[in-house]
Design a protein around this ligand. Structure first.
Ligand code: FAD
Length: 390
């Protein structure tokens, strides 16, 4: 039987598409370069797989207008899809995980379902060239040749690991934007002596004097970078602003649950030196940095106002992009203007579809990228199966 749908990339979006298409009785083959499929899903969410979020909406992505139709078509279907794989889900602070909190179980369920639905998965086979002659695609991969009616291009990105295979579509007329690290630590001028120190804080990201992110959580100070879950949450907004040439800084509030007046009152009455008084709120290394930033020393009582202000408005200048090998997702990819946002089919090459991170789509930290992988697979599979719901 001739291959109907050849899926390039056995990651989240590729395997989801394989399941949806094979369930409709189509002849589906997935070609995966690595020795096993779904490597990033296995690593996702620190091994717990944060596969979606209760706050999915187009404005949590870099390209809201483009993602809107596919997100809308998939709305309310996530649970059914995972139930059909034999998985239950759970929610923690808006983040959606498999109930077992095991990424390994998600990988097993996806692979088991793809294979039992009739899809074929060829691992250790890297696609090197794609051609189209007449109505058929011809694909060359490590000495093998394949012919298929459709190509589903789901090659992801080279964030952390993987390949940047976007150049495969250049001969077919597709352009792509430069890739940057998204969902990563944020490079900045370090807080001297504080590497390895964590703080529960609020972080505001200000780019060209406009607030683009405001959140609370844990920060981890590193040499020349701000890390921790809160920095990761801010990072996608940061990189989008960086690409546009904006100047960004972070404003850290180390005591978000106290007003400046309350902090000032404590500092002015505690009878301690500046640094000892700040240690009521902070690790000593950060207390030293805050006192220095306030430009004060000696007894806290006389300088309480300056200290309280520095504690709640500690500015950090962000600068540059981290190495993509240290990021969980990439910003940049196949140019969106070449694809129909409802079907994800190329407007240049009939029968060519692109999914997931291969497209210039990136979401916020918290399950938004995997959600896009499932939603984009659903959009393309629905279009390929004649517009019926899969
Ligand atoms: C450490 C880590 C943790 C993460 N945690 C989360 C999380 O908790 N929540 C979340 O939403 N997102 C998370 N992400 C991001 C998420 O995993 C990705 O956005 C998602 O996997 C993208 O799906 P995809 O199908 O587009 O690409 P991928 O899942 O990356 O799959 C692409 C596949 O294509 C293959 N490939 C590439 N080129 C070729 C070629 N030429 N021939 C054959 N095969 C090829 C690759 O080997 C790869 O297997 C995390 C990422 C990492 C790295």
């Amino acid at each position: 039987m001739k291959i109907q749908d050849l899926i390039i990339g056995g990651g989240a979006s590729g395997i989801a598409a394989a399941i949806l298409l094979a369930r409709k009785g189509r002849k589906v083959v997935v070609i995966e370069a690595q020795d096993r499929a779904l490597r990033k899903v296995l690593a996702s969410g620190n091994g717990r797989c944060n596969l979606s979020n209760t706050a999915i909406s187009p404005d949590r992505y870099n390209a809201p207008d483009f993602v809107k139709p596919a997100l809308a078509a998939f709305d309310g279907k996530l649970k059914d899809f995972f139930t059909s794989l034999g998985l239950e889900l759970r929610e923690e602070d808006g983040r959606i995980y498999p109930y077992s909190l095991s990424a390994n179980n998600v990988v097993s369920a996806l692979l088991r379902t793809a294979l039992s639905s009739g899809a074929e998965i060829l691992c250790g086979t890297k696609v090197k060239k794609i051609e189209k002659s007449g109505k058929l695609f011809r694909v060359y991969a490590d000495g093998k040749e394949f012919e298929s009616e459709n190509i589903i291009f789901a090659t992801g990105s080279n964030a952390t690991s993987g390949f940047d295979s976007l150049g495969l579509l250049a001969p077919l007329g597709h352009g792509f934007t430069k890739r940057y690290a998204s969902i990563s630590y944020i490079p900045c001028h370090s807080v001297k002596g504080a590497a390895g120190v964590r703080a529960r804080a609020a972080l505001r990201l200000v780019c060209d004097d406009k607030d683009v992110f405001d959140g609370r959580g844990e920060l981890l100070f590193k040499d020349n970078a701000l890390s921790g879950i809160l920095a990761f949450e801010a990072s996608s907004r940061y990189v989008r602003a960086l690409i546009k040439g904006k100047i960004c800084k972070g404003i850290i509030d180390f005591v978000p649950d106290r007003t400046e007046k309350e902090v000032e009152e404590f500092l002015s009455t505690c009878g301690l030196t500046c640094i000892d008084a700040l240690c009521a709120y902070l690790h000593r290394a950060l207390a030293v940095a805050v006192a220095k930033r306030a430009g004060v020393e000696g007894k806290a009582a006389d300088k309480a106002q300056k200290l309280a202000h520095a504690l709640k408005n500690f500015a950090v200048d962000f600068d540059g992009n981290c190495d993509i090998k240290n990021a969980q997702a990439a910003c940049g990819g196949l140019e969106l203007c070449d694809f129909d946002s409802r079907t994800l089919e190329s407007g240049k090459v009939e029968g060519l579809y692109a999914l997931g991170e291969a497209l210039d789509v990136d979401g916020d930290c918290g399950g938004f990228n995997l959600h896009w992988a499932w939603a984009s697979a659903y959009a393309a599979a629905t279009a390929i199966c004649g517009g019926q719901h899969v």
